[in-house]
Design a protein around this ligand. Structure first.
Ligand code: NIG
Ligand code: FE
Length: 399
């Protein structure tokens, strides 16, 4: 058979079934950036391709971080200190800090400055075996800066071996220019910002923040209708601070994912399961905000709603630079099982982005791999810190 590269002497967690799809002493072969063969080494067809001996390492599909706000100016360590002193996230937001303080720093930054600030954060994720990262805008809250954030995100993908998927999150907060006119700002997002981002092919999806300090169901519907007119799938920040029916709203709009869901009710989760909307769980935000409400994992299991896990990397509620740490928190805080957590950063995370070409080690899919020096997959969830990643392969090329 004609292959470009072959990886041998590895144990595989293919993620092809709900028990991790384990293959001991497996082999993977690539051709033109895709997986051309995967299975037990003894079945590998004869070939003349260069071989990498993995020395008994474990191989998983390259990890997918499906919810980040990686591109932003400044940081909010000072607000972290305020919260340690007793202020709440909502109080700080209502007093003009929070998302608006990052908005000011982001508006003041050039595209090059945004890229330079984001690169070390991206590199931290890549070192752990991440090969696909979703990046949201949402700190410009006016067209120029929103598009600049998305351009910076695209530039990151050109500077590093990684797939970057972008989401326009202009409906993240109301900017000062529209203070007291939230509905008008939502219309501005729908009528001006989304069409511009779509015309420049800068957004792969549209996201919105639906919550007590976010947008209403009607405003969200306006924004999502504009996304759909431009052929863009939608996602929703839902039920983080209050149960306002965000899970059901996301399902009603056929969203790819609904994210956070700390306070979602089980009817909403059932609706998400019916529409195939993925639940993206963000334990970094739960930890940092010292949330006492956890996402309704039992309802997700009962209704068969797919769960993903992500860093929510952002300067306010989740300054998390480690997806492996989220695996641990998903298990420790939310009581996810090891297979649930690992599916949450591979197959189900890819589904949360609408990407059917990755997240599983299977023939025909992208050859994005993460190699780990571990004895069993549970170690990826078990260690609290540390990094057993010893290699990454992106589209068939060692990265
Ligand atoms: O996903 N909740 C809204 N958006 C972000 C937080 C953004 C910020 O605080 O800067 C989130 O948690
Ligand atoms: Fe977020």
């Amino acid at each position: 058979m004609s292959f470009d590269n072959v990886w041998l002497n590895a144990n595989l967690a293919t993620m092809g079934d709900d028990a991790l799809g384990l293959i001991e002493d497996g082999a993977i072969a690539s051709k033109n950036g895709r997986i051309a063969w995967v299975g037990p080494r003894t079945g590998l067809p004869a070939h003349a391709a260069p071989v990498t001996d993995c020395g008994g390492a474990w191989i998983l599909p390259g990890l997918v971080d499906c919810h980040t706000h990686l591109v932003f100016g400044g940081n909010r360590a000072a607000e972290f200190e305020q919260r340690l002193g007793g202020a709440t996230y909502e109080e700080i937001a209502r007093a003009g800090g929070g998302i608006l303080s990052t908005m000011r720093a982001t508006r003041a930054a050039s595209e090059a400055q945004l890229v330079q600030a984001a690169l070390p954060r991206l590199d931290a994720l890549l070192r752990e075996g991440v090969t696909t990262v979703e990046v949201k805008s949402g700190y410009g809250l006016e067209p120029e800066t929103e598009l600049r954030q998305l351009r910076a995100a695209r530039a990151l993908g050109a500077q590093r071996p990684v797939s970057i998927v972008t989401s326009l999150l202009a409906a993240h907060a109301v900017p000062p220019e529209y203070k007291g006119r939230q509905g008008e700002y939502a219309r501005h997002v729908a009528e001006d910002i989304i069409p511009r981002a779509a015309a420049e092919h800068l957004a792969d999806a549209v996201d919105a923040f639906f919550d007590s300090i976010g947008f209403t169901a009607e405003e969200t519907a306006l924004v999502f209708a504009a996304a759909q007119r431009h052929g863009l799938p939608v996602k929703l920040h839902a039920d983080q601070l209050t149960d306002c029916g965000g899970a059901a709203l996301a399902a009603a709009h056929g969203a790819l994912s609904a994210d956070h869901l700390e306070r979602s009710n089980s009817a909403g989760i059932a609706a998400m399961a019916r529409t195939g909307t993925v639940a993206v769980l963000l334990p970094g935000a739960t930890l940092i905000l010292r949330e006492t409400h956890f996402p309704p994992i039992a309802a997700m299991r009962e209704h068969g709603c797919r769960m993903a896990l992500s860093t929510d990397m952002n300067p306010g509620s989740s300054p998390a630079l480690s997806l492996l740490l989220m695996l641990n928190l998903g298990c420790t805080l939310f009581r996810m099982t090891v297979p649930e957590a690992l599916l949450g950063v591979t197959r189900h995370a890819a589904a949360a982005l609408g990407l059917g070409d990755r997240g599983v080690l299977a023939e025909g899919l992208r050859c994005d791999l993460a190699l780990y020096r571990i004895q069993r997959p549970a170690e990826l969830c078990y260690w609290l810190g540390g990094n057993p990643c010893i290699g990454r392969v992106v589209a068939g090329i060692a990265a």
